[in-house]
Design a protein around this ligand. Structure first.
Ligand SMILES: [Zn+2]
Length: 196
C-alpha cells in the first residue's frame, strides 16, 4: 500500500486493530516505517504550509503497532524529524483539554475532541529497547492530544468517533461547542459533503 488511507472509502482497513511488533527489523516493519516517512514527507510537499504531526501504520494499511511522530525540532533531515514508536502503551493521564484536530485520513474535516492534558506512555525503539528506560514518557498539551490521536488509530478509532463537534476545515464555526445543530456526524449527508 503506497498511499495514506482515507475515510470513508478505506473505512474497513482504517478500523483494523493493529498487532504488536515482535521484530522491528523484519522486512514488513522496516518497509512500513520507510513508507510512513515517505508518505508523510509527500503529504507535506502536497500541502505546503501544513505539517504532518503524526502517522500510524494502520493509516497506510499495515496493521502493526507503529507510530511516527514529528519531533519538536526544526532539523529538516528525516532521521531527526520523525520519532518512530513501536508498541506504544498508554499508562495514565491527568486532566482534560479541548483539542482541535484534523487527520491525514479524514481530509477536509476538523473537529473538537476532549483529550488528556497530560498523558504518560511507554514505547519501544527499533531494537525493542523500552523508552524511557526508567519511568514513563510524559506528554503534555498538544503532544498529549496528538499521541492519544495516533494511539487511537492503532485500535481502529478515528477522531471523528469521539469529536464533540466537526466542521469543514477552514470554516470553523464561531459558536464552537454550543450549537448542537451545527454538529456534523459521520454518515450524515452534511458530513459526507464536507469530505467531498
Ligand atoms: Zn489521524
Amino acid at each position: 500500500m503506497n498511499r495514506i488511507l482515507t475515510y470513508p472509502e478505506d473505512n474497513k482497513l482504517l478500523r483494523r486493530k493493529a498487532k504488536r511488533v515482535t521484530n522491528p527489523q523484519s522486512t514488513e516493519a522496516v518497509i512500513a516505517v520507510q513508507t510512513m516517512v515517505a508518505l508523510a514527507e509527500q503529504w507535506e510537499r502536497d500541502n505546503p504550509g501544513q505539517k504532518a504531526e503524526g502517522l500510524a501504520a494502520t493509516q497506510i494499511g499495515v496493521p502493526l503497532r507503529i507510530i511516527l511522530m514529528r519531533n519538536a525540532t526544526d532539523d529538516p533531515s528525516p532521521e531527526h524529524k520523525w520519532m518512530v514508536m513501536y508498541n506504544p502503551v498508554y499508562v495514565k493521564s491527568e486532566g482534560m483539554q479541548d483539542s482541535e484536530e484534523a487527520c491525514l485520513s479524514v481530509p477536509g474535516v476538523s473537529g473538537l475532541t476532549l483529550r488528556p492534558e497530560k498523558s504518560e506512555f511507554h514505547f519501544y525503539d527499533h531494537n525493542l529497547r523500552r523508552h524511557p528506560e526508567v519511568g514513563e514518557y510524559v506528554a503534555t498539551g498538544f503532544t498529549s492530544a496528538a499521541l492519544c490521536h495516533e494511539l487511537d488509530h492503532l485500535n481502529g478509532v478515528l477522531f471523528i468517533d469521539s469529536a464533540v463537534k466537526l466542521w469543514r476545515t477552514g470554516s470553523k464555526p464561531s459558536e464552537i461547542g454550543t450549537a448542537r445543530a451545527s454538529i456534523l456526524l459521520p454518515g450524515d449527508p452534511e458530513f459526507e459533503a464536507a469530505l467531498a
